[in-house]
Design a protein around this ligand. Structure first.
Ligand code: F6R
Length: 613
């Protein structure tokens, strides 16, 4: 998805902007560009393709400006091309703009501006922004220092949709103006310099002190100070947030890819997720939650709403929450939920899971639940992200920055956090015997070491991946929570190896999919639930007799000789087993993708943060 970087300081801006854009590459993009303020004019350099291609444009090395804005674009309106790349300038070349999000009413604005004598060069929605700013600027007869700001605000008042915007002007060569609505933007504070970005990791090497903007805030950013305004352009105060992530945490740390690094970080990230939220012999606690027995007893259901992997974390923990709390749990796909009329009300607790906290569908689904009177709880990995500002309550996964597009450590942290939430609510409700909860807590505490055990020997997984990497189709099967993790294993394989795969409940095989099994079809099955073990083994046998190659992830005492390859994982309560059994599946997909020579961190057509529908 698109990314934004900006710099206001004393150093040459262009290398700093390019460095920031490179750090945003993981988000996915198709073109890149930057503008700097040179002596009384704006230089604009952009190109289709990779950020590094900007270095091939000779003009880049001539830029001396110490203020600039930059962008990686992921096409929404108009194909990837130089002319559609950002920054976009107004006709008089006084204003230059980069923009994340979508201006939904851009067509009406374009007609309005065309009728007022403006021309458009690109097919983008963004190009209306600098021209509308110019329009309002030229109509304003008051020539005070806030004229530029007023023009930006007037233009934004006309926009429908979402945006994070940076604007510079050749008439105001000392500042960048930024604003946002439903799209992320942060400002990093340095010594006589300030950095701007849509994503914290892009500027984490320069500072750990950030201002997080709320919707419709406007900011004038100078090298040595900032002016914050609300939507009416009244001055407001903001406090600085210190972000604990260090810059190396956002880099590869010696691993070949971010994805592998993040897979290996899971023992650590789970320890962070657990934090001090659970203790043996003491009630669990979340600093930011104050649920009472009265409130939880009044609930008619819990709705967990999310997209992709985050939604799979909901499916993986539905059974645990229902089992411990005796409250029905429904798990919903955000893009479906938001467009139907779900039966939810003030007696429904609506939980929204989003690693990035910026997923457009998840945020819209949260707003819908709020409008129907539900209490909303966000689970996110990104402090201050949009979803956390919309929700009544937020709890953070604390998994650390996840850079690879394919989510790994965020998933296991979400599973663990939801499990702890289930325990916390059950303790308040008194719906589960305390020794059962204590046992589960012990199991959660043991997870990091068990994860490490799985990570210590991956040679078997690697070998099986090598054997099957040329396959066209695969199946992932399981029962109960093993079915939930099969869905996630299948998604991982699809997204990074481009192999078609399906995740199925083992019991469903006979109702159709078994027709697809033929000689050498690979079937991956997960078996961690003792009560369902025999039935699960029978299902694997059914596919094996039809010629399937069988790869089994298990912690049960099974006869290994009946399967092609078995990965043993440590014993774990099946209510939380997805947090452990997913690791061999993550590695399986990873090694297949590597075997195929693919870029695992940036799979085709995918973006890390899906901030548009
Ligand atoms: C898959 C993946 C996606 C995300 C989904 C939701 O590996 O990463 O399926 O899980 O786009 O993203 P967030 O959690 O940021 O809302």
């Amino acid at each position: 998805m698109c990314g934004i970087v900006g710099y206001v300081g004393q150093k040459k801006a262009s290398p700093i902007l390019i460095d920031g854009l490179l750090k945003l590459e993981y988000r996915g993009y198709d073109s890149a560009g930057l503008s700097t303020i040179e002596t009384n004019s704006i230089s604009n350099i952009k190109n289709k393709g990779r950020v590094n291609s900007l270095n091939d444009i000779p003009e880049l090395s001539t830029l001396e400006g110490t203020i600039g804005i930059a962008h990686t674009r992921w096409a929404t309106h108009g194909k990837p091309s130089v002319v559609n790349s950002h920054p976009h300038m107004d006709n008089s070349k006084t204003f230059s703009v980069v923009h994340n999000g979508i201006i939904e009413n851009y067509n009406d604005l374009r007609i309005f501006l065309t009728n007022n004598g403006y021309n458009f060069l690109s097919q983008t929605d963004t190009e209306v922004i600098p021209n509308l700013i110019h329009y309002y600027f030229s109509k304003d007869t008051n020539n005070d220092d806030k004229k530029f700001l007023r023009a930006v605000q007037s233009a934004c008042n006309d926009f429908k949709g979402s945006y994070a915007i940076e604007v510079i002007s050749s008439l105001y060569p000392d500042r960048v103006i930024v604003t946002r609505k439903d799209s992320p933007l942060v400002i990093g504070i340095g010594e006589n310099e300030n950095h701007i970005s849509s994503d914290i990791p892009a500027i984490l090497s320069y500072t750990k002190d950030f201002y997080l903007l709320d919707d419709n805030n406007y900011v004038e950013i100078y090298k040595d100070h900032l002016n914050f305004y609300n939507s009416n352009l009244e001055k407001i105060e903001k406090s600085i947030k210190n972000i604990e992530w260090d810059a190396t945490a956002a880099e590869k740390d010696g691993y070949e890819d971010y994805m592998l690094k993040e897979i290996y970080e899971q023992p650590k990230s789970i320890r962070e997720t657990i934090g001090s939220r659970i203790k043996l012999d003491a009630p669990s606690c979340f600093d930011d939650l104050n649920f009472t027995k009265e409130y939880l007893s009044s609930l008619n259901k819990i709705c967990i709403v999310a997209c992709g992997t985050a939604m799979h974390a909901g499916i993986a923990t539905k059974t645990l929450i229902e089992h411990l709390c005796n409250i029905p749990v429904e798990v919903e796909i955000a893009s479906e939920f938001r467009y139907r009329n779900p039966i939810i009300n003030e007696k429904t607790l609506a939980i929204y899971i989003s690693q990035s906290g910026e997923t457009a569908d998840t945020i819209a689904a949260l707003k819908l639940a709020k409008s129907k009177g539900c209490k909303t709880l966000a689970i996110s990995n990104v402090i201050g992200s949009s979803i956390t500002r919309e929700a009544d309550y937020t709890i953070y996964t604390h998994a650390g920055p996840e850079i690879a597009v394919a989510s790994t450590k965020a998933y296991t942290s979400q599973v663990v956090l939801l499990s702890i939430l289930g325990i916390y609510m059950a303790e308040i409700l008194g719906t589960t015997k305390s020794y059962v909860l204590e046992d589960l807590k012990k199991e959660i505490f043991e997870l990091p070491n068990k994860m490490q055990t799985v990570l210590n020997d991956v040679s078997g997984i690697k070998n099986f991946a090598k054997l099957v990497h040329k396959e066209k189709d695969m199946f992932f099967i399981g029962r109960g929570t093993d079915y939930a993790v099969s869905l996630e294993g299948s998604l991982k394989l699809k997204e990074i190896s481009y192999i078609h795969s399906e995740g199925y409940a083992s019991g469903e095989l006979k109702h159709g999919p078994i027709a697809l099994i033929e000689d050498n079809t690979t079937v991956v099955s997960v078996i961690t639930n003792e009560d369902l073990m025999e039935k699960s083994i029978s299902n694997v046998q059914e596919v094996a007799t039809r010629g399937a190659k069988t790869f089994v992830v298990t912690n049960q005492n099974i006869d290994k000789s009946r399967f092609d390859y078995v990965v043993e994982i440590p014993p774990v309560n099946s209510l939380i087993s997805p947090a452990l059994s997913v690791i061999p599946l993550q590695l399986f997909s990873y090694y297949i993708a590597k075997e195929k020579g693919l870029d695992v961190d940036k799979p085709r057509n995918l973006a890390k943060s899906v901030t548009v529908e």
